[in-house]
Design a protein around this ligand. Structure first.
Ligand code: HEM
Length: 457
């Protein structure tokens, strides 16, 4: 079988400065990266408002994310651009505030136990299939839009119990898309040295951030007020658990604004990442009929015509490996941004306090020394001894350490269910002439979306 290499950015020649290369690549973080970076241990990019150090060496990655994680708080530029939407939500907070939030959000996440939320994920997949049945056989489909809708629907049902209907989905997801574009641009302008008060994209982050919070607020407010009056909503969802969460150390309970911070955070973190990876999975499978056949055979064998049940998930081993391999090639967070709270010595470099560090799954997952045939899509690689070793030392799509993704198991479960259900029912066919490439903004996404044809099996 011929190795399949899915789309990757074509590195630009190094004749011009990094800032110019980035500018010409339309604010894409991936395109300006030269080929030699996939071999490096640690880089150094000089920037007007503080240097940036991309990090690939595994011992340094562990030092930053696991062993000395408190010395490396969240990056302030990222905090600035996400604040209009997320307030001080758990993804961007640091220090004692983060510790308290994590204790409280962990408590709330208890209700999102994998077995408990499974039926709700199946309901969202049923709704996806109803939409795809209407689109099947009609011509090219915006597959990434469908993946965004189903991932958003799942997290919406988990937080609020109710489904995300078509009309609301279009409004909320449209606003999220515009926010993500504005935030990515504002972030890059911030790093490049533009003072925040003349950064044009920051205005848009406030505008779209306010719009999204305005959509989420009424849902939270009614339930928050009812809880304040001592009424029980009867819903056992994340919103209910967040309202009831009490920090065991300080006794703090969330105010309404803080509640919306956490809901917006979970909604953003819970759909944007999963949908990007699912979109790539569909694109790759459409190019690889032999992969599709194996996915279909596995789904047929594990649950066939009946409704999937929770115990099926651990039997869908190939499906899980296809998704894991997609996350290796397209980690939703290509760069995990931190900053040095103190001056640090790393390899031959002195990293000054305040400098930015970018732990780089995008480079580590394709690193020439950690992986065999790094750019090739090979879901069977995790079964070999070498593949397992690479997986242990150089695979971190969900990050590592105390700030590891809170929804990693949730995401793996929903993705495995969605992929298996898709291929049990449909065949994905490439749309002739359609090309797409990864771009690095807040997450790694396909620059032209994913267009493909869907046929009923
Ligand atoms: C394929 C899907 C996903 C990927 C690749 C992913 C990846 C990540 C990564 C890399 C981080 C660390 C970010 C950093 O430290 O800067 C993170 C944090 C987080 N993720 Fe995910 N995530 C996914 C799905 C989800 C889902 C479904 C949820 C919620 C249900 C979620 C909730 C969170 C939260 C709350 C944090 C912040 C944790 C903390 O700082 O304490 N994620 N995720």
């Amino acid at each position: 079988m011929i190795d399949y290499v899915p789309p990757k950015p074509v590195p630009q020649p190094r004749k011009v400065s990094l800032i110019k290369r980035w500018w010409h690549s339309r604010h894409d973080m991936l395109k300006p990266i030269p080929e030699r970076s996939f071999n490096m241990k640690m880089g150094h990019i000089r920037m007007p408002r503080g240097d940036i150090y991309p990090v690939c060496e595994t011992s340094l990655v562990r030092r930053i994310l696991v062993e000395q994680w408190e010395r490396f708080p969240k990056n302030r530029f990222l905090h600035q651009v996400l604040k209009p939407l997320l307030g001080d939500g758990i993804v961007i907070s640091s220090g004692e505030l983060w510790k308290m939030q994590r204790r409280m959000v962990d408590q709330a996440f208890e209700v999102a136990r994998l077995q408990t939320v499974f039926p709700l994920m199946v309901d969202a997949v049923d709704a996806l299939e109803a939409r795809l049945d209407r689109l099947a056989g009609t011509g090219p489909v915006a597959f990434d839009v469908e993946m965004t809708h189903v991932a958003a629907d799942i997290i919406f049902r988990t937080i609020f119990t109710v489904p995300l209907e078509q009309e609301d989905a279009a409004r909320v997801l449209g606003a999220f898309k515009r926010y993500q574009e504005a935030a990515a641009n504002a972030w890059m302008f911030g790093i490049a040295g533009l003072p925040s008060f003349i950064n044009p994209h920051r205005i848009h982050t406030w505008r779209w951030g306010r719009e999204i919070r305005g959509l989420l607020m009424p849902l939270a407010k009614a339930r928050f007020a009812a809880a304040g009056r001592g009424e029980d909503s009867g819903q056992r969802d994340i919103l209910d658990a967040l309202i009831k969460a009490k920090d065991p150390v300080s006794g703090h309970v969330f105010t309404l604004e803080e509640l919306v911070d956490q809901i917006a955070t979970l909604f953003l973190a819970g759909h944007e990442t999963t949908s990007a990876a699912l979109s790539w999975t569909g694109f790759i499978a459409a190019q690889c009929p032999h992969v599709q056949e194996r996915l279909r055979d596995e789904a047929d064998e594990v649950f066939g015509e009946r409704r999937p049940v929770h115990a099926d998930i651990k039997r869908l081993k190939f499906t899980r490996d296809v998704f894991r391999e997609t996350l290796r090639l397209y980690p939703s967070f290509g760069f995990i941004a931190r900053e040095a709270a103190h001056t640090e010595h790393m390899r031959d470099k002195v990293v000054k306090a305040g400098a930015s560090l970018a732990v780089a799954p995008w480079l580590i997952h394709r690193h020439r020394t950690y992986w065999d045939r790094p750019d090739v899509f090979d879901p069977d690689r995790f079964q070999s001894k070498e593949g397992k070793a690479s997986l242990r030392c150089a695979y971190l799509p969900f990050s590592l350490g105390p700030r590891v993704c809170l929804g990693a198991a949730f995401a793996m479960q929903e993705a495995t269910l969605i992929v298996a259900s898709l291929f049990r029912r449909y065949r994905l066919v490439p749309d002739p002439g359609f090309e797409t490439h990864p771009v690095g903004r807040l997450t790694i996404r396909p620059d032209k979306g994913i267009r493909l044809r869907i046929e009923r099996r």
